[in-house]
Structures are given as C-alpha cells and as structure tokens.
Design a protein around this ligand. Sequence first.
Ligand SMILES: Cc1ncc(C[n+]2csc(CCOP(=O)(O)OP(=O)(O)O)c2C)c(N)n1
Length: 350
Amino acid sequence: MEWLPSSSPVRLLEQPDPDYALPEASRLLAAYRAMVIGRRFDAQATTLTKQGRLAVYPSSRGQEACQVGAALSIGADDWLFPTYRDSVSLVSRGIDPVEVLTLLRGDWHCGYDVPSARTAPQCTPLATQTLHAVGLAHGESRKGNDTVAMALLGDGATSEGDFHEALNFAAVFRAPVVFFVQNNGYAISAPLAKQSAAPSLAHKGIGYGVRSEQVDGNDAAAILSVLDSAVAHARAGNGPFLVEAHTYRMEPHTNADDAARYRSPEEVEHWQQRDPISLLERHLRAGGHLDDATAERIAGEAEEFAARVRTRMQEEPPVDPEDLFRHVYAEPTPQLVEQLAQLRTEQEAL
Ligand SMILES: Cc1ncc(C[n+]2csc(CCOP(=O)(O)OP(=O)(O)O)c2C)c(N)n1
C-alpha cells in the first residue's frame, strides 16, 4: 500500500529501513553541528526571557532533529512556513538570530526580510500558515517554478479547520507542499489522546489523498531521509506530502507555563533517554565520523554563537508602540482608533 504511512515510525540510526537510505556521514555531521548550535541558541533565548529581554519564548529543546531537518531538507529557493516554536529552524536556515527574536522582543515586525529569506513570519494562530503555504506553492507551480513550500505545525494544529482545508486544496491542485507535523505529545496541556482518535496523525493525510509517512522525530537520519523523499515527491509534481514526526517537547509550552501540572517526571525522563543530539552523536562516534576534538570545536562554536546573541540583545533599539497600529489596515477600524487613543493616554501618564 504505497500511499499508507509505515505502520511504525521510520527509524534509521539504530536499525536499517528497506525504504529509506541512511544520509551520508557529512550531511549527518552538518546536522549534528546545527543541532548543537540550535540547542545552545534555544537555551540562550530562554535565559533572555528570565532577564526580561524577551517577552516570551517557546522552546523547542528536544525537537532539534525536526527543527534542523526541516531547514536542511529544503533549498534556498524553497519557502518555509514556521510557527512560534520553530526559531531554531530559522537559525539553521541561516537567518540572523537577533532578527529571529525581534518579534518576541516586542517589536511590531518579524525582524527578517520575508521575501529574501523565503521564510514566512513565525505564525501564532494555529494552522493558518498551512493555507499560506498551499497558496504560495500553488502560485509557484502555476508560474512553472519547481519551488516547494514546507509548512511546519504541531499536533494540536492538526485539529484546526484550516489544516484540513489546506490538505484538501493541496491534494486536489497537486500543490508542492510538505506538511511537517511535529507531534510533541501536547497542545499546551492537552495530550494527543484527548484531541485525536486517528491511528496516527499521518493517517489524516490519507483521507485527502495526500501521500503520508510517520517518522521517529528524534532520529535525525530518519528525519532527513523522509523529508528528502517528501521534498523530492513534491518537487517532481506529485503533489503534497505529509510527514508526522513523533517527538517530545522537553520544556514547558512557553516560559509562562507550568508543565509539571500535566505530565510526570518519569515521562520526561523517558524522553531524555532518547535525546536527539545524543542519539546522533553516538551514531557518528561509532562510525568514526566524530571525535572529541571535533565535538569540542562544535561546542565552542555554539558557545560563541550564544555569546554574540547575548551581547547584541543587550542593545535596546527604540520601539514606537504606535507602529503596532500603523500597518494593520489602510483605513483603521473604529476599535483601533479607540485603542490608539487609549495607548496615547497611557503614554502621557508615564
Ligand atoms: C487558532 C488558535 N487557537 C488557539 C490558539 C492558542 N494556542 C496557542 S498554542 C496552542 C497549542 C498548540 O499545540 P501544537 O499545535 O501541538 O503545537 P506546539 O505548541 O506543541 O508546538 C494553542 C491552543 C492559537 N494560537 N490559535
């Protein structure tokens, strides 16, 4: 059954798979480096919330194989449609980390130049980015381009109507989109079992005629191999592809959430044993592709990366809160006019 997802998530680091090839060692080493830097960036951003430099930061610690895999499996001309949790993916794609954090710092814009980065602003409303991805991909294919759009979303977002409309439209029009679902177990505090009765989230693609697959989200080799196939499938004109990665969010939903209220320390400990960076590191060392010196050099690079982010985030570029109102509508609504007046009164009182 070519169109059905494999019965269990594809894994490659610990066992071979007849349908998916192990990526080359050089690619795995590049992924390892990006994952180590990404994790250090993520920890730095979390610290910046504690110092009041960022309003909020949704960590993706534990999801690095997915974050990096998404960035490495698409080309510079392809488009990424990320969510609020996907900052590490943007950093891995080469976007300036301070630009990535601009919105979370409280500015009105997303920081980077969207058309030249070919990366949409990080989306907070759940699943709306899937429709944007489909629209862009369909438009590009009508222009005769072979651009692929990669839409990132969480397990919770697959319960949204927009996701289902996006799948249906993409399948009917054979839009070159990869829907990459990072199933990290929870939508804030709602565990997957309380919001989906599907055998797997990959099965949600099948009803729409979308080729789908499930993969171990902590196995970087499997992620790269499956995403490569998905991107190649879409680029070749075969229509959309849905990939469900089984992973885990190690940190709370954001720095404002208390995860101890809805999950046990044993569960977190279980996933710690399947840390994506450790799994890949073990594999690379066993194959002779990584030694202490290289691991230390990469750790040093990650430290320097974080230090540069830290220093640059100490600068406080002036922000004008009225900008929040300037770029919403050509003609502001009565509600916005009222809110702007309220803001001015508050500012004068300061
Ligand atoms: C349309 C919409 N409804 C509700 C919310 C509030 N909300 C923010 S995050 C979240 C959970 C999302 O979970 P999931 O899609 O699994 O992504 P994760 O945060 O785990 O990466 C919810 C319900 C929202 N942002 N957008």
